[in-house]
Write a protein that binds this ligand. Structure first.
Ligand code: HEM
Length: 354
């Protein structure tokens, strides 16, 4: 009797393997294709620039994004879906009211969790007044070894080290660059710091709250060069924005901090370095979600006060000793990586002040 095709196939395991791989590949392609169609349907209310079916909006990523965004913001109000390849889409939000809806919705869940932890924390603080971050992590680990493993502990420490180091070093680099580029503002900061600190041999907590002009300059740098360019949220429930447009659960939304900070509807001359935007009178006029270098809502940066302190100390001690000037032959080229960097480095000259 002739062997059936199945028997033939079983006799060639290699062929069987290839067939299996091909089926899996086909299955994946169908799945991705269906997801793409689902996303296109979900995004029908959000117009976008024409995209290549395979490359998507490749021309906007990664370096050119900063150059093309002003035009994108003008043409596509509030948000714009940008495709990277055929199956990946960034729903990029640049409107503060959209950002508010997205960042506030998780507050209730976190608030509930915080309430339940409150009593426990009260108990802990009476036992030991000052617990640092590692103390808290270690006690969480020792109380609950099953849910909080050694690997979790390592991951938390890494998160802190990354979240606290790269961001702050990006911020300080861009702040020094801005001060170098705008010598008038640099001088005002130096005068303020000199008056406050003298030779700078001691700097205290009290000093840090008495540098209004330097603080405004730092904020203006964080606006122009936000170290974290965007943050993302995966929608677990459908969402409706203030203009009535909606998105279904399952879409990943990018809150584009850089674009929010440069949105001409909320900032006059957004490219201009103007620390007075953050003066006491003017601050009140800023939309609370138009300036969010540390994100907003309950899931915002837990290190923001520490970061601002680091920036103030670094700026104060640098300006007391050095006069900064930009290197015009090598202007920085901002590029979006995990944090905001410059493609060719950030170069400033430092001359000792007498
Ligand atoms: C200029 C410096 C900094 C900037 C611009 C910055 C910015 C941010 C932003 C935008 C987020 C929110 C991420 C999100 O919503 O998905 C965040 C979260 C976080 N930041 Fe910072 N950060 C800075 C410094 C620091 C420092 C110094 C620390 C720690 C010492 C820190 C620790 C964290 C942690 C642990 C989170 C995660 C919070 C969470 O997921 O609930 N950051 N940061």
């Amino acid at each position: 009797m002739e062997p059936s095709w199945l028997q033939e196939l079983m006799a060639h395991p290699f062929l069987l393997l290839i067939l299996l791989c091909m089926s899996l590949l086909l299955f994946q392609v169908i799945r991705l294709h269906q997801r793409r169609r689902w996303m296109i349907r979900a995004l029908r209310l959000f117009p976008a620039p024409p995209a290549h079916w395979f490359y998507g909006h490749k021309e906007f990523y990664p370096v050119k994004e900063f150059e093309v965004y002003p035009e994108l913001m003008e043409k596509y109000p509030c948000a714009v879906p940008l495709w990277v390849g055929p199956f990946t889409m960034f729903f990029s939000v640049h409107d503060p009211d959209y950002a508010k809806i997205l960042l506030k919705r998780q507050e209730k869940v976190i608030q509930d969790r915080k309430e339940s932890l409150k009593d426990k924390l009260k108990q802990d603080t009476t036992q030991k007044r000052c617990r640092d971050f590692l103390d808290i992590l270690l006690s969480a680990k020792s109380e609950n070894t099953k849910d909080f493993s050694e690997a979790d502990l390592q991951a938390e420490v890494k998160t802190f080290m990354f979240a606290g180091h790269d961001t702050t070093s990006s911020a300080i680099s861009w702040i020094l660059y801005c001060l170098a580029k705008y010598p008038g503002h640099q001088k005002r900061c130096r005068d303020e710091i000199r008056e406050l600190l003298g030779d700078g041999s001691s700097i205290t907590w009290e000093h840090l709250s008495q540098m209004p002009y330097t603080t405004m300059c730092i904020k203006e740098c964080l606006r122009l060069y936000a170290p974290v360019v965007n943050i993302s949220r995966l929608l677990d429930k459908p969402i409706t924005f203030p203009d009535g447009r909606s998105l279904p659960a399952g879409i990943t939304v990018f809150i584009n901090i850089w674009a929010l900070h440069h949105n001409p509807d909320f900032w006059e001359d957004p490219q201009v370095f103007n620390p007075l935007r953050f003066s006491r009178e003017n601050s009140e006029k800023i939309h609370p979600y138009a300036f969010i270098p540390f994100s907003a809502g309950l899931r915002n940066c837990i290190g923001q006060h520490f970061a601002i302190i680091e920036c103030k100390v670094a700026v104060a001690l640098t300006l007391l000793r050095f006069e900064l000037a930009p290197d015009h032959s090598r202007p920085p080229q901002p590029v979006r990586q995990v944090v905001l960097k410059s493609k060719n480095g950030i170069h400033v000259f430092a001359k000792k002040v007498c």
